[in-house]
Design a protein around this ligand. Structure first.
Ligand SMILES: [Zn+2]
Ligand SMILES: [Zn+2]
Length: 114
């Protein structure tokens, strides 16, 4: 790995951490209320995410550290920032792995045309 790629990876990590800080600042406060609302209105999604969590835990699914969309690679120990998105809730074990930022964007876009 040459110095430039190293520098780029470093920059990506910093950018990523800053983005995360923003999200956390935004979510602080009513995060729990948000989560409860979500659980009530998104039963299929919640069930699907539990299924994925279990599958990863049992080794049936492998969770990468790279976002499928923006290709950010999260540092070791930051795997929780990569989440499985379901393009189709009829096949619950088929997911694309994206970072939470891209995941938010996916769902914002979905909301706009659904
Ligand atoms: Zn991403
Ligand atoms: Zn999703």
């Amino acid at each position: 790995m040459d110095d430039r790629t190293k520098q780029q990876q470093h920059d990506a990590k910093i950018r990523y951490k800053n983005r995360m800080k923003l999200i956390h600042a935004y979510n602080r406060g009513d995060r729990q209320a948000q989560r409860q609302r979500y659980a009530l209105t998104h039963k299929t999604q919640v069930r699907a995410s539990i299924l994925i969590k279990n599958a990863v835990h049992e080794g049936r699914l492998k969770k990468p550290r790279k976002c499928y969309l923006c290709e950010v690679v999260v540092p070791e120990g930051y795997e929780m920032f990569i989440v499985g998105h379901h393009p189709d809730y009829r096949s619950l074990l088929k997911v694309i792995w994206v970072c939470v930022m891209c995941h938010n964007e996916i769902h914002l876009c979905l909301k706009n045309w659904r």
